[in-house]
Design a binder for this molecule. Structure first.
Ligand SMILES: [Zn+2]
Length: 377
């Protein structure tokens, strides 16, 4: 089974499609749970399969530093190592280098940094990031891009953009050389559009990457503190320029009530740590807003987290019990909460796909936002 992406239906700019990789058939639009260290925190792979996750995201930076991509390669790749037979997308490692590591120095060659684990020095180049991801054997790999702090001044954004394009070209060339040497690779490589919050720079970045020609395109550097309207405006600028027949990935989004809005802009894929991270902090997502389960009002509440939720946690446990587990510091609390939150996100995506098929995504989106704003019962 090779790679394929097809758009099945559209509803204005929104697309209902199907992405096929050597490991999975993923209905789009989809949301990827984040498995930073080759595990989605708090969930066994069996649970992820039960929840219907067809693809997860793993972090190149973390896996490169520990256990090391060569070890993973020797073992037979990330799928085998973590016993996950469905699709995996790996990021380039760039975002974590820019946000976690110390003493980073960016040059034309790449980015030099010190590991946040043991202080060892490393150089991540566009070629190296591609090589690591080939060793990991992910289904989808991302090119190394230069991430900048926000809000970013225009001159800094322009120079980062120029470098991002140069790095994308080098990453693509490296990937294609490997393909020529080794035969057809079981991996797709995506480019990343940058340009901060400048619409013209976003367009310029998109045009430059389109010239390089990737099988899919991501929009990076958004949802990093700018207002939601700006995120949408920038994402929309880019998606309107991207080819209809290639998947589009908006990186690092989003909040439950915003997801349908991103889909409405023509986004096919998203990822975010929110459902898993919030779960560990006792924040549960429901169809009626967030339930902060530690709140005293839930002490004797015999309802499930979300009465409308069909997940196995809501089918069995009460808010009172969840609250007790969090109060007692039991790690089962995080496991149950994560299971529910990931189910909630994947269920939103199922509803969104159905809404696109019926041509009523706009209605679904406004109803979702209204319900969410009204708060929990
Ligand atoms: Zn549930």
């Amino acid at each position: 089974m090779g790679f394929q992406f097809e758009v099945l239906n559209t509803d204005s700019a929104a697309r209902r499609g199907r992405l096929t990789t050597p490991h999975s058939t993923v209905e789009t639009p989809f949301f990827m749970p984040v498995g930073t260290q080759a595990t989605v925190k708090g969930l066994r792979n069996e649970a992820l399969e039960e929840l219907g996750a067809e693809i997860i995201l793993a972090n190149t930076y973390h896996l490169y530093l520990r256990p090391g991509h060569e070890l993973v390669r020797r073992i037979g790749g990330l799928h085998k190592f973590m016993s996950w037979n469905r699709a995996i997308l790996t990021d380039s490692g760039g975002f974590q280098v820019f946000s976690l590591s110390e003493l980073r120095k960016i040059t034309e060659e790449g980015v030099r940094f010190r590991s946040h684990i043991d202080g060892s020095e490393h150089l991540l180049t566009p070629e190296k990031a591609a090589e690591i991801q080939l060793a990991l054997g992910s289904d989808i790999a991302m090119v190394l891009d230069e991430c900048i702090e926000t809000p970013a001044p225009r001159d800094k954004t322009e120079s980062a953009l120029k470098r991002t394009t140069q790095w994308a070209r080098r990453a693509r060339n490296y990937f294609l050389e490997c393909q020529q040497r080794l035969g057809e690779l079981k991996q797709w490589q995506f480019g990343i559009v940058q340009g901060a919050t400048f619409a013209d720079l976003r367009r310029e970045s998109a045009h430059q990457l389109l010239e390089i020609d990737f099988p899919g395109y991501a929009v990076g550097g958004l949802a990093v503190g700018e207002p939601h309207e700006i995120t949408c405006e920038m994402a929309g600028e880019v998606t309107s320029l991207l080819p209809h027949d290639r998947p589009r990935y908006l990186m690092g989004v989003g909040k439950p009530e915003q997801i349908a809005e991103y889909v409405a802009l023509g986004v096919d894929m998203m990822d975010c740590v929110l459902p898993t991270r919030a779960a560990r902090h006792a924040c549960l997502y429901t169809n009626h807003g967030r339930v902060l389960i530690k709140n005293a009002r839930y002490a004797e509440d015999q309802n499930p987290i979300d009465p409308q939720c069909k997940c196995s946690v809501c089918g069995r446990y009460t808010r009172a019990y969840l609250r007790h587990l969090f109060a007692a510091g039991e790690f089962t609390a995080a496991i149950l909460a994560t299971h529910h939150n990931v189910h909630f996100y994947l269920d939103i995506m199922r509803q969104i796909r159905e809404a696109i098929e019926f041509g009523n995504l706009a209605k679904f989106s406004s109803e979702m936002r209204a319900r969410y704003a009204a708060g929990p019962a």
